[in-house]
Design a protein around this ligand. Sequence first.
Ligand code: 5GP
Ligand code: ZN
Length: 144
Amino acid sequence: MISFARRRMDRSLPPLLRHAAVIFLRIYYNMSSCIFCKIINNEANATIVFRDDQVTAFRDSRPAAPTHILIVPNKHIESVNSLTSEDEALVGHLFVVARQLSTEEGIAESGYRLITNTGVNGGQTIFHLHLHLLGGARMKYPMG
Ligand code: 5GP
Ligand code: ZN
């Protein structure tokens, strides 16, 4: 879809405008095909446990621990690699929500693990930034 649109734009737009249009198209295409964006927008089902104007948290469909919650920014950010200094407050908020949820899930005292997989080698499979909140059992160590 993007390459078709790109070929058309190559012929009709000046370079700077073309560059901006490609970025816009890429973001739009990612958002419209992203399962986490669909969950955030109520276009796909998930067990949502928390939501505010910045983040949504829902249970992982294939839990790897008794508590396995994904905490996700409402804005489509592909991964840690795409973060900018403008996202600092948002990233802090993801952690504060993780802390609140750990209390609600009754795992704050026993302990839990927060993971953000990044890129292929990091094991990321959904390219919308998320924190895994895992707990309710002893986590395996070493990681990797
Ligand atoms: P990643 O591998 O990117 O770090 O984590 C993606 C996580 O999303 C995986 O743990 C996977 O089980 C979960 N996941 C993938 N698709 C869905 C879905 O449609 N709904 C929910 N609730 N979780 C999903
Ligand atoms: Zn998304």
